[in-house]
Design a protein around this ligand. Structure first.
Ligand SMILES: *Cc1c(COP(=O)(O)O)cnc(C)c1O
Length: 519
């Protein structure tokens, strides 16, 4: 632990808390945690292992040239290290996480309990089909509920995230166009779209054509119509959109896009706002990804990978990727090659999708039931509107009227205060909140996008709202310096984020030289 000493004064910039210097480098209960390799010492260990049996030749005579450099640590050291690292994460388990467009909702522990059942946790994707009938049935059930909630006839479950789902959907559209002998080049993407939409279209070989938003934060219908032509392959539209608003002309947009023989891709990342209330099929959508880690309460990274199933209309279903599950006389079976005329584009990834996420998402659905899924989307919208209503006199809402699941503000309320959206967000960290999404969507100046989700109680929202109201008042009272020095109470102050990304310092202690090798 010696190496953790002498780290005092690492927090240098001004501000009361930063001036407190400690010998250990710790500040209160915030720990200055060295790398595990810096804490390790040779000969220390957490378990007593018996001496390795003497075998003349193992692994065909291949021998290590030296120690592999694992740190020697006692069990308490290991426990503290990882516990402290976990405490450096701000998570939905620590507090309000209002990151707009991300649906950072509570991950119910029942999901975790089900995913850890040995029959699921110990599965291997190469097991014989007869031994995984239960797993295949679970995947089939999840598919059933995703199709029911969206009104769509088919779903591809293998995509590993929302962006991967977009890729799956757009490649499916490309395959369907190719089957018609067409090579349409252009994809329409509204200006307010998430960056993954134009990136996906470009990655699939399409040209991106941007549609402006109107004064109400929706697709400008006249501008959209003016762009329609025989070379349009698809539109990629988010609904509710990233301004937190329902695209009120969506049915008209679907009709127009189908009239010219193109397809309607919907980015379903915001599905949490409409689950149980609106079925995407009824809006005329041909393909939509669903982020299980957003709408269906599976973890965002950390606790596991994401999952982005794509529901497909009858027109696109024949081109869905392999494999898919069918149920026959001999039970469930994975179809790995396609019979029939329509040719799917092949496999999207090695195995069949993120099984652990399927279990969690189905657990969420079954434990809620249709009535509570509907209640959850209602509460998510109610919470966002409560935040909007309680802040609209001190911050500037980007658009008039009510919102869907997220409340969007612009930086008008910070005008002439010398405080930017970024400064405001940094001050929120000192208040103990993860900041909202900033500077997105791009159509709103200095955007602050708040998505409380249905997880938050009124009490929690009231504390959050009180913090934002107080910060808005301080900005207006001319306390720009206060904001420029934020955050003050974090282990690190303002970082040079560009340099951190471009010149990352990745250090660990290399193994001892071969001459010191034990063997
Ligand atoms: C989160 C999100 C995506 C991308 O989903 P990932 O699962 O992060 O790949 C795409 N579009 C919107 C609107 C999103 O919010």
């Amino acid at each position: 632990m010696d190496k953790s000493r002498g780290r005092t004064g690492r927090t240098t910039a001004g501000g009361a808390a930063a001036e407190i210097r400690t010998e250990s480098g710790h500040r209160g209960l915030q720990f200055e945690e060295p790398l595990i390799f810096e804490q390790g010492a040779e000969g220390r260990g957490g378990v007593d292992l018996p001496p390795a049996p003497k075998v003349a030749e193992r692994l065909g005579g291949v021998r290590r040239k030296g120690p592999i450099g694992l740190p020697g640590l006692s069990e308490p050291q290991v426990i503290r290290h990882y516990t402290r690292l976990s405490q450096k994460n701000y998570a939905i388990d620590s507090g309000v996480y209002p990151l707009g467009s991300c649906t950072m909702k509570h991950n119910p522990r029942l999901n975790e309990k089900m995913a850890r059942l040995p029959g699921f946790a110990d599965l291997h994707p190469l097991q014989p089909m007869q031994t995984v009938q239960g797993a295949l049935e679970l995947i089939d059930r999840l598919a059933h509920w995703l199709k029911t909630l969206t009104g769509m006839p088919a779903v591809a479950l293998s995509p590993g995230a929302g962006a991967h789902g977009e890729f799956c959907g757009m490649v499916t559209i490309r395959a369907a166009l190719a089957a018609r002998g067409e090579t349409r080049r252009r994809v329409l993407v509204p200006e307010s779209a998430h960056g993954t939409n134009p990136a996906t279209a470009a990655a699939c070989g399409f040209e991106v054509d941007s549609i402006p938003a109107d004064a109400r934060g929706r697709v400008d219908l006249a501008a959209f119509k003016a762009k329609l032509g025989p070379d349009i392959a698809a539109i990629m539209l988010t609904n509710p959109n990233t301004c937190g608003l329902f695209e009120s002309d969506i049915v008209k947009i679907a009709e127009e896009i189908h009239r010219i023989g193109a397809y309607f891709y919907c980015d379903g990342a915001n599905f949490n706002a409409i689950v149980g209330r609106v079925r995407p099929a009824d809006l005329g959508i041909d393909a939509m990804h669903i982020n299980l880690h957003k709408t269906f309460s599976t973890p965002h990274g950390g606790g596991g990978p994401g999952s982005g199933p794509v529901v497909l209309s009858a027109a696109l279903a024949p081109y869905a990727p392999l494999p898919y599950i069918v149920h026959g006389a001999d039970g469930f079976r994975l179809v790995e090659t396609k019979e029939g005329k329509a040719q799917p584009f092949g496999r999207l990834k090695t195995f069949h999708g993120q099984m652990g996420m399927f279990i969690r998402a189905l657990t969420y659905m079954l434990s809620h039931g249709a009535d509570c899924l509907r209640a959850a989307s209602g509460d998510a919208v109610l919470n966002a509107n409560y935040v909007l209503a309680r802040l609209k006199d001190v911050m500037t809402p980007a658009f008039d009227g009510t919102c869907m699941h997220e409340a969007l503000f612009d930086d008008g309320f910070l005008k002439d205060t010398g405080v930017s959206t970024l400064d405001f967000a940094k001050a929120m960290i000192d208040e103990g909140f993860h900041p909202m999404t900033m500077y997105f969507p791009l159509v709103v100046h200095g955007a602050l996008l708040i998505e409380p989700t249905e997880s938050e109680s009124k009490d929690a929202l009231d504390v959050f709202i009180a913090s934002l109201r107080s910060l808005a008042a301080r900005a207006k009272a001319g306390e720009a310096e206060f904001f420029h020095a934020a955050p003050r109470l974090t282990p690190r102050r303002r970082l040079d984020e560009t340099r951190a990304a471009r010149q990352p310092v990745l250090r660990w202690r290399p193994p001892a030289p071969a001459s010191q090798a034990a063997e």
